[in-house]
Design a protein around this ligand. Structure first.
Ligand SMILES: Cc1cc2nc3c(=O)[nH]c(=O)nc-3n(C[C@H](O)[C@H](O)[C@H](O)COP(=O)(O)O)c2cc1C
Ligand code: SF4
Ligand code: SF4
Length: 322
């Protein structure tokens, strides 16, 4: 990647860390979301498949699954890293969920969708969760639907759900206020919106109401994905497990979406790492080290504990597993 691209990405990444809540600098134009007639259907088997590092996206997915189960559907739900891709064409209805990472749905999850067996005739919906005031959320969810449509699926609906950001450099650089402003999310309003999305998706599939989605014009697309990832990597250092603190649980190895962490030593292959921060955010011992602009990055779990924050669970799912 050229030096200028690096610098733009680094600036974008530093801006995210600083809060990046400057919507007036990033106007959005030309969103398109039109209804499209598709054959009516009676979905009986549904799949809810997500990518989630710190739990927000998975929680939404489990609630959708529970909602559909209570309406008589047979539902299989889980993180894509443990999902049997070969079973996907056997579902009548699928919903795909992802966090927004670097202004898009992560490339490794979109690649997984694009590598699925043909999904001809499968109704598909998508959602993203995002942090704070969000950034390019519509294009991110549109990207998931595009990937499903590329496999032949028929898009029926989309949704976005906001919560606390998990971009750890933000609070690690001292900008805690921008994160804590959203500490009340997700809340009862979020769960209502998720249930409504599940109901609407099912209804649209049943009535043959598809959706034609095209991305909106958004300047954040100029720095999405690889550009901002490269920028973040320029600004980070010291990424790897601290042998003295590591308890060898393997959470980071299993959770790394690109297989960048060596199983035996927990050494990080920087050339493969996509700076998703999952290993830092989910290490139960605080042993996965990273520096951002020379400052130690504190993981999401520790940040929550330090502020005595417990993420709410919808009543249907019972008490928080953590
Ligand atoms: C590496 C990284 C990049 C992120 N980039 C964005 C972003 O560009 N826009 C946004 O709205 N939120 C961004 N976020 C916040 C997450 O999308 C949000 O916290 C999400 O709900 C996390 O989902 P999860 O808990 O399922 O992993 C980012 C978080 C991380 C860790
Ligand atoms: S998650 Fe943390 S404690 Fe577990 S193996 Fe990785 S670095 Fe070690
Ligand atoms: S090594 Fe990189 S890609 Fe893998 S979990 Fe850690 S931050 Fe994410």
């Amino acid at each position: 990647m050229k030096r200028r691209t690096f610098l733009i990405g680094a600036a974008a990444s530093a801006a995210i860390a600083a809060g990046a809540a400057v919507p007036w600098l990033f106007p959005t134009l030309g969103r398109r979301r039109d209804d499209l007639a598709i054959p009516v259907a009676t979905p009986r088997r549904a799949a809810v498949v997500w990518f989630s590092q710190t739990g927000h996206t998975g929680r939404v997915g489990r609630l959708i699954a529970r909602r559909w189960q209570s309406q008589g559907l047979e539902v299989v739900a889980g993180d894509y890293r443990a999902f049997d891709a070969t079973t996907m064409p056997g579902f009548d209805l699928v919903v795909l969920g992802s966090p927004v990472n670097y202004f898009e749905a992560p490339g490794h999850f979109r690649d997984w969708i694009r590598d699925l067996p043909p999904l001809a005739g499968v109704r598909a919906a998508a959602y993203v969760t995002f942090g704070g005031e969000g950034g390019n959320t519509f294009n991110a969810v549109a990207g998931l639907l595009e990937a499903a449509a590329d496999r032949g699926a028929l898009p029926v609906d989309l949704a976005v759900f906001g919560n606390m950001s998990t971009f750890a450099p933000t609070w690690s650089l001292g900008n805690e206020g921008r994160i804590l402003k959203y500490r009340h999310l997700p809340d009862a309003g979020t769960w209502s919106a998720v249930r409504a999305f599940a109901d609407r998706t099912l209804q649209r599939a049943r009535t043959g109401t598809g959706i034609a989605v095209s991305r909106e014009w958004n300047p954040r697309d100029l720095v999405r994905g690889a550009v901002s990832i490269a920028g973040t990597k320029v600004l980070t250092g010291g990424h790897g497990a601290d042998a003295g603190t590591c308890i060898g649980c393997g959470t980071c190895v299993r959770g790394c979406p690109v297989g960048a962490i060596e199983a035996a030593t927990r050494a990080v292959d920087g050339s493969r790492c996509v700076a998703c921060l999952g290993c830092v955010n989910t290490c139960p011992a605080g042993a996965m080290r990273m520096q951002f602009l020379g400052k130690p990055v504190e993981g999401f779990g520790e940040f929550l504990r330090r502020h005595s924050i417990v993420i709410a669970e919808p009543p249907e799912l019972g008490p928080s597993p953590t």
